[in-house]
Design a protein around this ligand. Structure first.
Ligand code: NAD
Length: 292
C-alpha cells in the first residue's frame, strides 16, 4: 500500500514553481502577482487567505490582500473586482468564500475576468476544462490529478466513483477523471446525497474520490481489495487530547480502509496541502497564458 504524500509532493511542486519564477525573471517577464479579497471577519477564511499569501512568498510571487468590511454592498464589491480586472500588474484574483449573505456568489464569480480566474470557478474556465482546452483548473481536483500523476497511478480504463457533486470538488473531479487525458480516461460514476446504491457502486470502483464532508464515512466494507482511495474530506471533530481541542478527519475511515487498498491519501497531509499549491500553479499559468 502506497501513502500518497501530498505534503512532500506539494513541497516539490513549490520548488519547481520557484524555479519557473526565476526563469520568468531572467527572460525579462513579470513576477506573478496574486490578489486576494477577504470580506468580513470569518476566522477560517482568515486562515485560508493567510496560507495563500504565505505560499506566494514561498514561491517568489507578489501578493496583495484587500480587506473589505462585512457591510460592503454587492455593487461596491463588483466595482472593486473590475478595478483588479483592469490592473495589468495583477495576474490572478481570488475572492475568498463564503461571502456575506447579501452578496450573490455567482454574480461575484461572473464579475472576475476569466483571464484572472485562478480559482477556476468562472463558467468560461469550467467550460474550457470540460472541452479539455488550456485553462485554470479548480485547485482541489487539480491537486488530486497531480498526485495521481506524480505517483504514476494508472487511471485509463479504470472505474472511478466520485462521492459528492459540489461545484468546487465533486463535479469538476468527475470531469477531470473522465477526460481524454492522462491521468483521466476513467469510466466515472458521480454520486451524491440522493444516490441509493452507494455501497454497491463503491464496491465496483477501482478508484474512489470521497468528497462529501462526512468524517469516516467510507468504511472497509465499501471498498474492494486493491482500490485507490482519495480522501478530499476535511472536518474538524472535537478532541480532548489535542491542544487545539479538535482533530482533522477525512471522509475515509483510514485505519480500516488503508490495509485493503493499493494507494491512499491521508488526512491531514494528502489532498489538503496540494490545494494551495495548485492555486500557485494557476497563477503561474496566468502569466504564461496571458502575461505580457
Ligand atoms: P459540499 O457540502 O458542497 O458537497 C458535499 C457533496 O456530498 C454534495 O454534493 C452532496 O450531495 C454529497 N453528499 C452528502 N452526503 C452524501 C452521502 N451520504 N452520500 C453521497 N453523497 C453525499 O462539500 P464540498 O465543498 O464539496 O467539500 C467536501 C469535503 O471536502 C468537505 O469535508 C470539505 O471540507 C473538503 N474540502 C477539502 C478541500 C481540500 O483542500 N482538501 C477543498 C475543498 C473541500
Amino acid at each position: 500500500m502506497i501513502v500518497l504524500d501530498g505534503k512532500a509532493t506539494s513541497a516539490q511542486i513549490r520548488l519547481e514553481i520557484a524555479e519557473a519564477v526565476k526563469a520568468l525573471y531572467s527572460a525579462g517577464k513579470k513576477t506573478p502577482h496574486l490578489c486576494a479579497f477577504l470580506i468580513g471577519n470569518n476566522g477560517a477564511s482568515e486562515t485560508y487567505v493567510a496560507g495563500k499569501v504565505k505560499a506566494c512568498e514561498e514561491v517568489g510571487f507578489r501578493s496583495t490582500l484587500k480587506r473589505f468590511p462585512e457591510t460592503i454592498s454587492q455593487q461596491e464589491l463588483v466595482e472593486e473586482i473590475e478595478k483588479i480586472n483592469q490592473d495589468p500588474e495583477i495576474d490572478g484574483l481570488i475572492v475568498q468564500m463564503p461571502l456575506p449573505k447579501h452578496i450573490d456568489e455567482l454574480t461575484v464569480t461572473l464579475a472576475i475576468d476569466a483571464k484572472k480566474d485562478v480559482d477556476g470557478f468562472h463558467p468560461t474556465s469550467v467550460g474550457r476544462m470540460a472541452l479539455n482546452l488550456p485553462t485554470f483548473l479548480p485547485a482541489t481536483p487539480a491537486g488530486v490529478i497531480e498526485l495521481l500523476k506524480r505517483y504514476h497511478i494508472p487511471t485509463s480504463g479504470k472505474h472511478c466513483v466520485v462521492i459528492g457533486r459540489s461545484h468546487i470538488v465533486g463535479s469538476p473531479m468527475s470531469i477531470l477523471m473522465a477526460r481524454n487525458s492522462e491521468p483521466g480516461n476513467c469510466t466515472v460514476t458521480i454520486t451524491h446525497s440522493r444516490t441509493t446504491n452507494l455501497k454497491e457502486l463503491c464496491l465496483q470502483a477501482d478508484i474512489i474520490v470521497a468528497a462529501l464532508g462526512k468524517p469516516e464515512f467510507l468504511t472497509a466494507d465499501m471498498v474492494k481489495d486493491g482500490a485507490v482511495i482519495i480522501d478530499v474530506g476535511i472536518t474538524r471533530v472535537p478532541a480532548s487530547d489535542t491542544k487545539s481541542g479538535f482533530r482533522l478527519k477525512g471522509d475515509v475511515k483510514y485505519d480500516e480502509v488503508a490495509p485493503k487498498c493499493s494507494a491512499i491519501t491521508p488526512v491531514p497531509g494528502g489532498v489538503g496541502p496540494m490545494t494551495i499549491t495548485m492555486l500557485m500553479l494557476n497563477t503561474l499559468k496566468a502569466v504564461e497564458l496571458f502575461g505580457k
